[in-house]
Structures are given as C-alpha cells and as structure tokens.
Design a protein around this ligand. Structure first.
Ligand code: XMP
Length: 325
C-alpha cells in the first residue's frame, strides 16, 4: 500500500543504485518540488549531491534565507548559493514589457546556473564525475510532456578549461510518479520546513513580473514589504488553504494623490489579487473577509513607503490571468 515511508525507501534505494559512487547536481528554486527532490536525493547519496541556488533578487521576503538556512539545516545538503542580484537588475534595467522580462530572467538564470555547474564539475575533477541532474518533475508534468525521460543536453556558454562544449547529464526524477499533495507529504516526512512544504505557487520570474513597469531595487524592496504584510495577515486569518495564491502587485508606473498626516502624498497603488483555483487554468477572485482586507490595507499604507492606496482585483480568470504580467 502507498505510504510516504514506502515511497521514500523505494526512491532512496533506486537513487543509490542509479548513482553509485558518482555525483549529482540539483537546482533549488525555493519551490516545493525541487526542495523535496533534493531532500530525497540527499537522503540517498549525501554529499555526492551538490545543490545550486541562484539568488536573482526577485524572491519574496525571507525566501532565500529559508533555502540557505532552514532547508540546509533540515537536510544537511551541500549548497552553493550564487548571489546574482546585481546581474539580474542590470539585465532588467529599462525593461517594462512582461514577455521581455521573462525572457531576460530565464536567460540569465540558465547562464548563472551553468556557470555554477561548471565550477562544481571543475572542483570535483579528479574526484568522481558529476553525471546526474536532479529534477522535480511531477506526474502531471510527465503526462503533459508525453512521458519522455533520460538525459538532458546542456549547452555550455562558460569558459572553464577541460569541459566539453556540450554537457550531457542523466536525469534523476524521484517525483515522477507523484502528485503535488503526495510530494508535500513526502517533504513533510523528510522533515522539511512547513514554509517550504506548504508554499503556494510562485512564478519562476518572481517579483520581476509583479512590478508593472521597470524593475528596480527600490521597487523590489517596496513590493517585498507589501507582499510580506499581505502574506502575514492571510496566514494569521487562516486563509492559506482557501486562497490558491495571492499575487501582490506594484503599479510602479501609476501614481495617485493621497493624504497622510497633514501632507499630500503622490504615491503608487498596490493591488491584491487573491484567487481561488484548482489548477490555475481557471480561477475566481476570493471573497475574503472585509476585516482582513482592512488590516492588510491599513498596514501596507502605514508601513510601506511611497504606497498610499491598496486596491482589490475582482476579476475571474478568464478573462484576467492570475498574474498581472
Ligand atoms: P496566469 O497569470 O497565467 O498564471 O494565470 C497561472 C499560474 O502560473 C504562474 N505563472 C508562472 N509560473 N513562470 C512560472 O513559473 C512564469 O512565467 C509564470 N507566469 C505565471 C502563476 O503564478 C499562476 O500560478
């Protein structure tokens, strides 16, 4: 019968068998799937696994620390963190178009990740070769993509002596038979922090696509504060299950007049976008309690510099998407 204990035992044995005494790499995104996949592989092969976390500066408050500290403490995983905040900000400078932002963030991410990979491979030279790449592919992803698996060809743009131009990895995909709720159960059993295991969906491009307008460090800091307040109040109100996700969006290119103390302000609006959904394909705006909305609004306008208005998005998907960009 299916138990998380059985799944873990089976996977640990299979991974040991597959990897032997060679080495593996895993990219951590801060999300549930990569975290649980990494934790499983770590349980199986320990320090033969190295994880890479690219800090692109687009994460929410506390999320990078969660990976760097709590995840490492819970798993004992060997982690390489690359601080690429400056690089992403530079690449995004002057860009407002959503698809352009996505392209840039995706491209920079791959470059930074490959550079880190190359360094890990170079450091391991003389040691056992790095042959495996861990991926948090779930069952629905397998079905969607037609079930293929095996190897990943990674073109290398880096310049590290002695590496082939084209790196080929064999894939380790320990979650291939699992659904999301099962992955969460396995993560829990492996002792991962609740904040990681129960994390709601968050887009790869992160806060970069929640700033309508150009992405700057100052705007990111501001949005991070507003988002942290909203998340804190939603959690305190016990709404984390009812709400599928709640993007908090900064309308950086919009200004509106307000009054605070005895002064006129000219600040930016923050949009709250709480949605209820089964699979993100369709969604409805969440009818959440007014008093919770009131607390979030009061706190954001009081605590976040340059924000003088909080507005609620009451659009379903379709016609609106969940994200604003
Ligand atoms: P939309 O906005 O299309 O979002 O209704 C549907 C779901 O996908 C997430 N999303 C993304 N996830 N990269 C991601 O990894 C992206 O570029 C991206 N855009 C949207 C969104 O948060 C929602 O869960």
């Amino acid at each position: 019968s299916w138990t998380t204990g059985n799944v873990i035992e089976e996977q640990v044995a299979a991974i040991r068998e597959q990897v032997g005494d060679r080495r593996a790499i895993c990219g951590l995104s801060g999300g549930v799937d990569s975290a649980v996949a990494a934790a499983l592989v770590q349980r199986a092969i320990g320090d033969q696994l190295t994880c890479v976390y690219v800090d692109h500066g687009l994460m929410r408050k506390g999320e990078t620390e969660q990976v760097e500290k709590d995840f490492v403490a819970a798993t004992g995983v060997q982690l390489k963190v690359v601080d690429a905040q400056e690089r992403f900000l530079n690449a995004l400078a002057g860009v407002s178009d959503p698809e352009e932002k996505r392209k840039i963030i995706g491209r920079e991410f791959i470059r930074v990740f490959e550079q880190a990979q190359a360094e890990i491979i170079a450091e391991a030279s003389g040691d056992q070769p790095v042959e495996f790449l861990v991926q948090g592919t779930l069952y629905p992803d397998v079905v969607e993509s037609g079930g293929g698996t095996g190897t990943a060809n990674i073109k290398s743009h880096h310049n590290v002596g002695g590496l082939p131009e084209d790196l080929e990895f064999k894939l380790i995909e320990p979650l291939r038979k699992l659904f999301k709720d099962e992955v969460r159960m396995v993560g829990q059993e492996l002792g991962l922090p609740e904040e990681i295991v129960q994390r709601q969906p968050f887009p790869g491009p992160g806060l970069g696509i929640r700033i309508v307008g150009e992405v700057t460090r100052e705007r990111l800091d501001l949005l991070r504060e507003a988002d942290a307040i909203a998340r804190e109040e939603l959690t305190a109100a016990g709404l984390d299950r009812e709400i599928w996700q709640c993007p908090v969006v900064l309308l950086a290119d919009v200004r509106s007049v307000g009054v605070q103390g005895d002064g006129r302000t000219y600040g930016h609006p923050i949009v709250l976008r709480p949605v209820s959904s089964e699979d993100a394909m369709t969604a409805d705006w969440t009818r959440m309690p007014y008093d919770v909305l009131a607390r979030i609004s009061t706190r954001i306008t009081n605590e976040v510099k340059d924000v003088n208005r909080v507005v609620l998005d009451v659009t379903s998907k379709p016609p609106g998407t969940i994200e604003w960009e």
